[in-house]
Design a protein around this ligand. Sequence first.
Ligand SMILES: Nc1nc2c(ncn2[C@@H]2O[C@H](COP(=O)(O)OP(=O)(O)OP(=O)(O)O)[C@@H](O)[C@H]2O)c(=O)[nH]1
Ligand SMILES: [Mg+2]
Length: 287
Amino acid sequence: MRNQEGMYSLQSSLTGLPEWVSERVMQKIHQLTNYEPVIGIMGKTGAGKSSLCNALFTGEVSPVSDVAACTRNPLRFRLQVGEHYMTLVDLPGVGESSSRDAEYTALYRQQLPRLDLVLWLIKADDRALAVDEHFYHQVIGESYRHKVLFVISQSDKVEPTCGGEKLSIEQKQNIGRKICLLHELFQPVHPVCAISVRAKWGLRVMAERMIKCLPREASSPVVSQLKPSFRTPTVQKKARDDFGETIGTALDAVSALPLIPAPVRAVIRAVRDTVVSVARTVWNFFF
Ligand SMILES: Nc1nc2c(ncn2[C@@H]2O[C@H](COP(=O)(O)OP(=O)(O)OP(=O)(O)O)[C@@H](O)[C@H]2O)c(=O)[nH]1
Ligand SMILES: [Mg+2]
């Protein structure tokens, strides 16, 4: 119902445009509100992938394994909140034998183009980073590095462990060092995050980074899968702005079509900013 209210507001902001133009824009809006993002999760077994997903997103995501590795082939999980869907892909490979590089390269070549983002978890007390480094450089091609967000997981396990609920100042300093180290090793496109699901630490900042890294069309539908405590004002603003800008870009694309009569082009340009601002206003109706 609220969806329809949003659609009406947008439709009326488009009056004055020829019907085929407004239809085209409405089609784009429909596409955007139904977009199903796909997020990949990587990291050695036991890094805390399932735990992070369960902490971030509403609804149970996947069984958390205590001893045996339970993730082998890419496992796909479809999450649903209301009318919105998202897919999580639990990707295997990191930490396995490098003799299987070719096999994984093929798998990732197939998967990566369809992923909006990859969360790559590295356990805070894991010192065998050469394995991750090897995988990053050999299997993930340079053209996909912008899709990777590194996350230092289980930060509560960093030395000196105190067994308390909260991280100590010394632990936070050591996490800072670990972040620097990862920047040196991977030269990641996005800044490295650090979290602890157990200590409930760093998750909000991580969620904000994740939303920031997503392609514009994917941020809003991912936000609707987040637990309410992670839907911070920063997160919502980013998604709202992305939604508006994507619709603005759709209008620009129409006005750039070669056969558009000059007066129509002028009308499109005149309404553009209004449409974008209406889109931002009705964002809540959709997500
Ligand atoms: N101390 C601590 N333990 C954690 C944290 N997050 C996860 N764990 C534990 O680490 C173990 C592995 O977590 P999972 O979430 O199953 O790890 P995974 O990466 O999904 O593992 P696979 O599916 O086997 O690849 C579990 O026993 C979790 O309870 C954390 O932030 N702190
Ligand atoms: Mg798992």
